[in-house]
Design a protein around this ligand. Structure first.
Ligand code: UGA
Length: 344
């Protein structure tokens, strides 16, 4: 099988490519604007990489969609601060640029495995979000945080409609707060505060000895999922035994790994302080509270609880997440501290 991964240097892309090359005999073709996270892939004769931008290198993409069997377009902006500050960039990249790739798959009859998001459920009242039943609930237009959720939801609907009307072979997957090594680049505080997701934001604050900021008290909850569990599930989706994943949507998350953001802050600080590289004489980050208006601006609105139902992934794929939240957090912190030690 030949797999085209766009955004292959990203958090999901580099990990997926490494696992495919290590565990299967598939060929991987990848494009990204950077290649600094691809050290595990380099040198493998089944790995083919080109540096490029999905908005510019259209001919390369079209040629490779034609050449490959499965297309996995992973390029997207996925940080809430950007949804609030630059909503148009989110729409242009996450929706417009990806729509072209979806249409290439329709045109050349290729299988599409596309990342939807846990954010499409928005403020859904369901206790567990179900792929085929839960309502998708977003806030008012002036709360531009929802541009990401709305862009992704519309693309989910377009992909589904291409399946319905034009027999596009597709699977949508919805990651729920995946974490692990190489999640985001650590932010250089304070200028880029909020430009990564919460786990990397907090680790960055810990490394710099700056306060960890709990937005609106940190009572909101997330289910943190290890990237390794997520990739296990993606590999099963790519294998697509008996075409069981065709036309399906899968939540990929760990409902047992639920924490409030306040609990997350305390656990990360605990892991950080226990790490061998921690200097006891250095400044330890305080955990402080801030408002969402101050941290993100008026265009922000939050999701209090986000728990996936993983019944479908269990039943159709036989997948079960295995890694508990403390292990997933520890592996993430260790990666950043070990990388920092190398830079120092
Ligand atoms: C994320 C992003 O939208 C995407 O990465 C992705 O599609 C999706 O969720 C996912 O991974 O499932 P969210 O979980 O809201 O959305 O984003 P984070 O930046 O990780 O924030 C989580 C929570 O921590 C939010 O309630 C936020 O207000 C809070 N937070 C964030 C803080 O309290 N302090 C901070 O410094 C940063």
């Amino acid at each position: 099988m030949k797999i085209l991964i766009l955004g292959i240097n990203g958090f999901i892309g580099n990990s997926l490519a490494g696992r495919i090359l290590g565990e299967t005999d598939w060929d991987v073709y990848g494009m990204d604007i950077r290649d600094d996270k691809l050290e595990k892939c380099r040198g493998n004769e089944r790995f083919h990489f080109v540096e490029g931008d999905i908005c510019i290198n259209r001919e390369w993409i079209e040629y490779h969609v034609k050449k490959c069997d499965v297309v996995v377009p992973l390029v997207a902006i996925a940080t809430p601060m950007t949804y609030v500050r630059e909503p148009l960039r989110v729409f242009e990249l996450d929706f417009e640029a990806n729509l072209k790739i979806v249409r290439d798959c329709v045109r050349y009859g290729k299988r599409l495995v596309f990342p939807s998001t846990s954010e499409v459920y928005g403020m859904s009242p369901d206790k567990e979000f179900d792929e085929d039943e839960s309502p998708l609930v977003v806030g008012p237009i002036q709360k531009q945080r929802w541009i990401y959720s709305a862009s992704k939801q519309l693309l989910d609907r377009v992909i589904w409609a291409y399946g319905f009307q034009e027999a596009l072979q597709f699977t949508l997957f919805r990651p729920f707060n995946w974490i692990g090594p190489k999640l985001d680049d650590l932010t250089v505080l304070p200028e880029k505060e909020g430009s990564s997701r919460v786990v990397t934001q907090f680790i960055s604050s810990l490394i710099h000895g700056l306060p960890i900021q709990l937005v609106d008290g940190g009572t909101q909850r997330r289910c943190f999922t290890s990237i390794d569990d997520g990739i296990d599930c993606l590999i099963k989706i790519l294998k697509n035994e008996e075409n069981r994943c065709d036309g399906q949507i899968f939540n990929i998350g760990n409902p047992k790994n639920e924490l409030t953001i306040k609990e997350l802050a305390h656990r990360l600080r605990g892991i950080f302080l226990k790490h061998s590289s921690h200097d006891p004489s250095s400044q330890v980050s305080d955990i402080v509270e801030t408002s969402s208006g101050t941290f993100y601006g008026n265009g922000y609105q939050d999701i209090d609880r986000r728990v996936p139902s993983i019944r479908k992934a269990r039943e159709i794929l036989g997948w079960e997440p295995r890694i508990d939240v403390d292990t997933a957090l520890r592996l993430t912190v260790e990666y950043y501290l070990d990388t920092k030690a190398k830079i120092d």
